[in-house]
Design a binder for this molecule. Structure first.
Ligand code: NAD
Length: 357
């Protein structure tokens, strides 16, 4: 798959094994940033790939997605004999990606970088789209720019070792893209979910492709998120707040799934979608959501609304959110606090029922 960008087109290639490492190994002057857990699981293969090159093992937690961590890594990189010709290789999920993209962007005003996404969320969503985002002063993704990798190697073999919550997190983004493409597309993906949940390779690859193709079409029209790309934030405004109030205990894609359910309740309340459609979509989303990850405290009004107001897209007054209308999604700038808390409360009530509380 080729993706156009302001930096030039870049490729994402698909593998179901580690044969891609031969190509990565051919690069000179490599510095690796590798997810510590991933390195532990795939030690033999990754040690061979790293060879005598320098590497940094990053603990993939949100607390490490910050400038201090980026500076610590750059401290090592500036001591290398290679400078602007250093090739940064990032192997990990969205956290490793975000830190690596930031470094590749600012070090020597930009060095080449290769991305090997190892989570379903990174393979299906974050690997394309150019964004680098670091957390700042306790808030999500406040710092960063747009700096796509030069090459992406997607190996689905990595997905077998993901924890359930991280696998489900990727499914949230898959469902988001399917829904944004319209009701027909949603039904197709919902029908494929049983096979995806059973890790069936064909079904999984089909959905990864479908989500990436949807996103590619959006980012190629608005790479810098000035207008049209805002639609990709479907479920995110509500989701980011949930991630934040849970102290990131709710993984990104899971939070997005909750965000979609809150958004869809607002759509239904406003008459943009029918109750039947809401119920059908809800049923599909609940299949990939873990209710045990949320608790009522996260939706305490002051806490939740305050977190929503810290979102970088909040401009004061009413909230700007992306809502589904059956055919696709649109941007609405008039969402009121009361509508949000009402919808969030009803989602929480449903989560409680599912947990038998
Ligand atoms: N830049 C973007 O465009 C963009 C888009 C979406 C999300 N994000 C960011 O991505 C982050 C979330 O990333 P994520 O969900 O990809 O995962 P992650 O990087 O947060 O990792 C989640 C967990 O999975 C582990 N892990 C990774 N690969 C594994 C594997 N193959 N086997 C076993 N364990 C593995 C990690 O060690 C970690 O414990 C958030 O910070 C989010 O804000 C960025």
């Amino acid at each position: 798959m080729n993706i156009a960008s302001y930096k030039g087109a870049y490729r994402a290639d698909f593998y179901s094994d580690f044969s891609f490492t031969a190509e990565v190994a051919q690069q000179s002057h490599k510095f690796f940033i590798i997810d510590k857990k991933v390195f532990g699981i795939y030690r033999e293969t990754l040690s061979k790939l790293v060879g005598s090159d320098l590497y940094y093992l990053l603990d993939a937690v949100e607390e490490n997605k910050n400038v201090d961590k980026a500076l610590e890594i750059m401290d090592q990189m500036v001591n290398m004999p290679s400078k602007r010709n250093t090739v940064l290789v990032a192997i990990g999920g969205g956290i490793v990606q975000d830190v690596a993209a930031f470094i590749a962007n600012v070090l020597y005003r930009g060095i080449p970088w290769i991305l090997v996404p190892t989570t379903l969320l990174a393979q299906t969503d974050s690997c394309i789209g150019s964004k680098s985002s670091l957390n700042f002063r306790g808030y999500k993704n406040l710092l960063g720019y747009f700096y796509p990798p030069d090459r992406i190697y997607i190996n689905t073999e990595f997905l077998h070792t993901l924890e359930r919550k991280d696998y489900f997190s990727g499914l949230g983004e898959i469902m988001k893209c399917a829904l944004m493409a319209g009701y027909g597309s949603f039904r197709e993906t919902a029908g494929n979910m049983e096979d995806v949940l059973a890790h069936k390779e064909d079904a999984l690859l089909k959905e990864i492709h479908k989500a990436l193709e949807f996103k590619r079409n959006v980012i190629e029209q608005d790479e810098f998120d000035r207008d049209y790309r805002n639609i990709m934030n479907f479920g995110h405004t509500f989701g980011h707040a949930l991630e934040s109030v849970s102290g990131y205990a709710v993984p990104h894609g899971q939070a997005v799934s909750y965000g979609m359910m809150i958004a869809n309740r607002i759509s239904c309340q406003r008459g943009y979608i029918s109750r039947e459609m809401l119920q059908e979509i809800d049923t599909a989303i609940w299949n990939i959501v873990m209710p045990e990850l949320v608790c009522r405290d996260f939706f305490a009004e002051a806490l939740y609304l305050n977190a929503m107001k810290k979102d970088k897209k909040y401009t004061g007054g009413q909230h700007t959110c992306i809502l589904f209308d059956g055919d696709g999604v649109g941007k609405y700038t008039d969402i009121r606090d009361g509508e949000i808390m009402d919808a969030a409360g009803r989602v929480m009530e449903e989560a409680g029922k599912r947990l038998g509380k």
